[in-house]
Design a protein around this ligand. Structure first.
Ligand SMILES: O=P(O)(O)OP(=O)(O)OP(=O)(O)OC[C@H]1O[C@@H](n2cnc3c(O)ncnc32)[C@H](O)[C@@H]1O
Ligand SMILES: [Mg+2]
Length: 174
């Protein structure tokens, strides 16, 4: 099984490798075709699907996976949201969402000013490339849940949805 992941971010690639142990996993650069900082569940999910589609179409017989981070509003708060999509060899699309949590007010204010969360987190932690390491979720959960773990959960759900559909298809064919 060959899986193309629509990102070169190690937090995303390693999440897929951890769940699809038996697969050959490769990251490729693709377009999310949404803004670099998505601002709703819909936009974030669309970014994940666009990435997965482009990956699946890049080579015959491969599975495409797209993972996208964004923010969405509930009441007065911005929540970090995460979406994943898997497009199988036949073009079927599976989607799954990940953990959400409210971002602190000072982070939300910077988002409103038009800054990207990745840049805000680097300034906040005085480190470079937080998005490729523990991510905002790692920082604000005191490192209990990092970005790779969070995306691994999304990828597990995608894998399960894909396997369930395969099984149903086989049962119908027999
Ligand atoms: O290279 P790609 O695959 O695009 O990886 P990315 O880190 O940019 O991730 P996304 O495009 O999916 O995320 C959209 C934006 O939200 C930021 N972001 C999302 N989740 C984050 C997290 O947990 N920590 C830091 N930044 C995050 C990210 O830096 C982008 O500015
Ligand atoms: Mg990005």
């Amino acid at each position: 099984m060959i899986i193309k992941v629509g990102s070169l971010n190690p937090a995303k690639l390693n999440a897929v490798k951890d769940i699809f142990l038996e697969a050959e996993v490769e990251g490729i650069e693709v377009e999310s075709k949404v803004s670099s900082q998505p601002f709703s569940d819909e936009e974030t999910m669309e970014g994940a699907i666009n990435r997965a589609r482009e990956c699946a179409q890049s080579q015959k017989g491969v599975i495409g996976i797209g993972l996208e981070g964004g923010v969405m509003e509930i009441g007065e708060s911005y929540f970090l949201c995460n979406w994943g999509a898997l497009v199988d060899e036949s073009g079927n699309v599976f989607t799954a969402g990940g953990a959400r949590f409210p971002l602190p007010r000072e982070v939300a204010e910077e988002l409103q000013m038009g800054k990207e969360l990745g840049d805000i987190m680097d300034a906040f932690t005085q480190q470079k490339g937080i998005r490729k390491k523990e991510g905002a979720i790692g920082v604000f959960t005191n490192q209990l849940v990092d970005r790779k773990m969070m995306f691994s959960h999304v990828v597990s759900v995608l894998k399960g949805l894909y396997e369930f559909s395969k099984q149903k298809e086989e049962a119908t064919n027999n």
